[in-house]
Design a protein. Structure first.
Length: 493
């Protein structure tokens, strides 16, 4: 009897001991981070309000009231071949796909109809943007309902800008383009991954709009200077470490939900195979061989994870995030992320030792792509600012410089950085007096300004081997492009 009691006691004490040890190690690691000056709570990391936000509600109301351009949204800076883009506003007939069952349609009449509906609210909305006091508060539930309104606002403003350029309404176009730049950064201060990802998307839209605007020579130096300041203020890399720190601060809630129930775990990490008994029984009826493994994964293993392993799993996640945060703070290390996966660069410890219900992998698997998107977005912002500075130089000297260093100090303070490899953006003057401005691209390899996309990617400025600031298509190139499109359409009939 004594032996049985001893065995039972050991079987009970071992899980409690392992749980206590895992909890103690997690707590010790958290204290270590705090002692090093790291902020681990949402309250510490949430941004402080910079304005009273008195125009926020009116802005969102007006934005939500805008009619969506839908198929009539102009496709700005549309690539027709590597390094060459169509200038949408120059097209007498802007042909785009409006009806899947019909040939491409001239969208100007339809876009004009949408603009007439939106003209009054757009004017009022842009007045609010000019006044400022628009502050999109940080929502730590990550359920930000204002994303839809912001998207409608920026697309509505872009449509107005392209239409105004097409009609030669330079004053209206300048106001719309400027508003596009301001609206694209309204949530840039919010340190959550979803806010930052949406900001990257908005900045991509703004990039194509500013490129369109720069294809006319009708701007003054003060107007161009205003735009350049907007892009020089883009600092997505500066927000990267605080964003990762906020994601780390939100993680304990995820772990609490995952420990509380199998459903909570499945909601966070849907690919883990943790199922309830009804799902397992249904799978058994359809695929009998899979049921025993699912039963083991969903009950004994999940119970072991939630009771013991989840604490070491959470510590693993904190260590992963700390490495990523430290990488974000080091400009030299950031560029290395372009050629290394998160598992190689961010995770610590022996991957084979991690439990197969490892939640940290589910929470952190997107950070590699997020890191790369941030670096690319900052590089593109630097390119836009540089392209504007080049236009200012041309306006003053009637030609582009033969070296970017000629822009210093009148037009730029320092040589623009290519965040893809940590060097300077590449630039050279072409024989026809145009220029080539480009970044080494996501692989960090300088291909001499090769804008050709890899085989698995579509034609786009953002997806080339090198990121090449496109030149405007000539009339002859557009004729060839339209003829090729017509030939392809005829073959598919």
């Amino acid at each position: 009897m004594a032996v049985v009691s001893l065995v039972v006691a050991i079987l009970v004490l071992i899980p409690f001991s392992l749980r206590w040890q895992a909890q103690w190690q997690l707590d010790a690691y958290r204290k270590k981070l705090i002692a090093a000056g790291e902020k681990l709570t949402v309250e510490e990391l949430a941004p402080k309000r910079t304005t009273q936000g008195t125009n926020t509600a009116a802005f969102l109301r007006l934005a939500s009231s805008l009619r969506d351009s839908g198929w009539y949204q102009p496709d700005a800076m549309h690539s027709i071949k590597p390094g060459v883009a169509r200038v949408a506003w120059r097209e007498e007939r802007l042909m785009q796909e409006v009806d899947l069952t019909k040939p491409d349609t001239n969208i100007w009449p339809g876009l004009m109809g949408v603009f007439r509906t939106n003209e009054a609210p757009l004017d009022e909305l842009q007045q609010l943007v000019d006044e400022g006091n628009i502050e999109m508060g940080f929502n730590d539930t990550q359920n930000n309902l204002h994303f839809t309104s912001l998207r409608k606002a920026i697309l509505g403003i872009v449509s107005e800008a392209i239409l105004a350029l097409h009609q030669g309404e330079m004053r209206q176009a300048f106001r719309a383009v400027t508003s596009c730049g301001d609206v694209s950064q309204l949530i840039a201060r919010n340190p959550s991954m979803i806010d930052q990802a949406v900001t990257y998307s908005f900045l991509s839209v703004a990039t194509t709009t500013y490129w369109e605007a720069l294809q006319t020579s009708g701007w003054t130096d003060s107007q161009l200077s205003r735009w350049q300041q907007q892009w020089e203020q883009v600092n997505v890399l500066g927000a990267l470490d605080s964003t990762l720190a906020m994601e780390r601060a939100l993680a304990p809630r995820q772990y609490q939900l995952a420990r509380a129930s199998r459903q909570g775990y499945e909601n966070i990490n849907s690919g883990a195979g943790v199922k309830d008994f009804a799902e397992i029984w249904n799978d058994f009826l359809e695929r009998a061989r899979s049921a025993p493994g699912e039963l083991l994964q969903s009950y004994p293993r999940y119970w072991g994870w939630s009771w013991i392993w989840s604490f070491s799993d959470e510590q693993q996640y904190l260590e992963t995030m700390q490495n990523l945060i430290e990488t974000a703070r080091d400009a030299r290390m950031r560029s290395r992320m372009l050629s290394q996966s998160t598992d190689q660069n961010g995770r610590t410890g022996d991957p084979k030792a991690m439990h197969n219900l490892d939640l940290s992998a589910g929470l952190s698997h997107n950070y590699d792509r997020f890191f790369k998107n941030a670096i690319r977005t900052q590089t593109v912002a630097n390119m836009v600012a540089t392209a504007i500075a080049l236009e200012r130089f041309r306006l003053a000297h009637h030609a582009y410089p033969d070296d970017l260093a000629k822009l210093i100090p009148e037009f730029i303070k320092a040589l623009p950085v290519d965040c893809m490899d940590g060097r300077n953006l590449r630039y050279r003057l072409n024989p026809d007096s145009s220029y080539l401005l480009y970044s080494a691209g996501e692989d960090g390899v300088d291909d001499g300004g090769d804008a050709t996309p890899p085989k698995d990617r579509s034609l786009s400025f953002f997806l080339g081997r090198d990121l090449v600031w496109p030149r405007a298509a000539t009339a002859e190139e557009m004729q060839g492009y339209e003829a090729e499109k017509s030939l392809k359409a005829a073959k598919h009939k």
